[in-house]
Design a protein around this ligand. Sequence first.
Ligand code: DMJ
Length: 653
Amino acid sequence: MSSPALLPVSSRRLAALSPSSPVSFYPHHRATLRLSEKFILLLILSAFITLCFGAIFFLPDSSKHRRFDLGLQDVLIPHVEQGRSAGRDGSAGLQGGGVMVHGGGEEHRHRHRDEEEQLRKMIRADHERALEEAKEKLKKSKDQIRAEIQTEKNRVMQDMKKREGKQLPVVPIPKLVGINNGDPGDPDTREKQEKIKEMMKHAWDNYRQYAWGHNELKPLSRKGHTTNIFGNSQLGATIVDALDTLYIMGLFDEFRDGKEWIEKNLDFSVNAEVSVFEVNIRFIGGLLAAYYLSGEEVFKQKASQLAEKLLPSFNTPTGIPWAMVNLKSGVGRNWGWASAGSSILSEFGTLHLEFVHLSYLTGDPIYYKKVLHIRKLLQKMDRPNGLYPNYLNPRTGRWGQHHTSVGGLGDSFYEYLLKAWLVSDKTDTEARKMYDDAMQSIEKHLIRKSNTGLTFIGEWKNGHLERKMGHLTCFAGGMFALGADGSPDDKAGHYLQLGAEIAHTCHQSYDRTVLKLGPEAFKFDGGTEAVALRQNEKYYILRPEVIETYWYMWRFTHDPKYRQWGWEAAQAIDKYCRVIGGFSGVKDVYSSSPTYDDVQQSFFLAETLKYLYLLFSSDDLLPLDYWVFNTEAHPLPVLRSMNTTLSGNVALQ
Ligand code: DMJ
């Protein structure tokens, strides 16, 4: 079939060009011929294209593996390289050096498939591991994220408040320091007062020289010291804790030095996990007291900056704060040693005074709401024998171990119930009622008389009374005296008497030692009365509680024995705890040649020396009608105008 379409191109061209050809006379016919030529060309072209596509799709594909490899190349290559190098040093690796090595033959293809399979498994395993890790991280950071969100919320709230230009309450500056700076009047007492001031200078000057900016001083090593309660960061705890004592004693140059350090160096945006309780009582309490005494704004600012940093610790399912919080991340947690992940009563229950003042000064109700929430929660809970156990789980809201103490782990919770009432100018009757109820149960279950008639406060542990009293418990003498006025059924005399009895017992714990300084804990078992038996309870670390009780008892009774007992303690401290580089705790108060612990605790300057100084001053220096001392002896004024806004019965909006 000689169809024109099948003529060779050259013949077709000739036919078209030849003048003698019949087609040249019939133009239409000529056009028809051209069209069929085009059609043939098109056919050839499409056949060619079809051939090409066929080749692409149907011919054996040598690049098939390559396309698969490329899809995972980013993931595969590191493994291949790994396989190669592993193979090189002879250790485990991919046989044949990995998938990128290709060869011919069935055997090779098999090996190739195995390697691929192996790689896929590795990749799957890697992905699963990465996924698990990511999940874990996500879980961990949830708390952190929540804390950060809360901190941010707080900041925004604060900013809004400021922008609203809300009128803050006028700060009441009650009689700050008394007439003639608390001059006691008689020369003998004045001399004692001066001696205490000299001891304060010795403690401060050495800290200033050897440990400036550190939390505490090591008076024998003459260098800085810190503990985990301050997150092991240098926050100048001694400076902040000592400020108001310096001010009260009229040591104004030292006070100015401290203020300057705070202005320039005290920064709470540090990656430090601190104790919420300790930082509250020492730093917030110390800064607020310094502010109220001196009127210097910087102290108020620093106190509220720190308070904001503590707020994330309340982000728990119950609102009971964690014991510790990281100042930077806001992540909180509890002490590892606390029963079943619990928070500690004396820690979450010792925030009220400072937080009420923070709300008062900043105009932000958040602080007050946080502590009021804790109280409301405690009120609702069942109490075994009417006693508050020391441990409470912040996740479940359930009590931990049933252990009750007016000493360590419980102490200042009771103190703050009473002081919440006092700081509210006695309008927070809810707090007073809780205090009175608690005291009733404590008297019934924990307070006993020893064989020789010493009144002591024991500890309730696992269903029985442990006849042991801690140095820390000795503060309770002062608390009973302070709470006597206003007690139910007109029992003021009874509580004042109870305070006197505790003061007497604690004095005995000092008097029965060689150094005339009290041990950390003492027993009332069999023939033992007010004496420590265990070696690890014989130390004295410059604690204030016994002297604190002497001072309250002095204020309420003016019985000269309290000044006498206080003077005995001051002399013993000066004799046995004073070293060239400051004051140190001692390890055994029953030994005539005691060894030192080499720590000058910040509370020695905040509390022990302050209470001693006040004991030898006139009553108009920080009168108790106007001031309430926080548990670290930082005086905060009674908020007389707060009765309608901050009493326990009125919820702040
Ligand atoms: C102080 O930090 C406070 O008094 C606290 O309440 C318990 N104890 C120490 C000093 O002993």
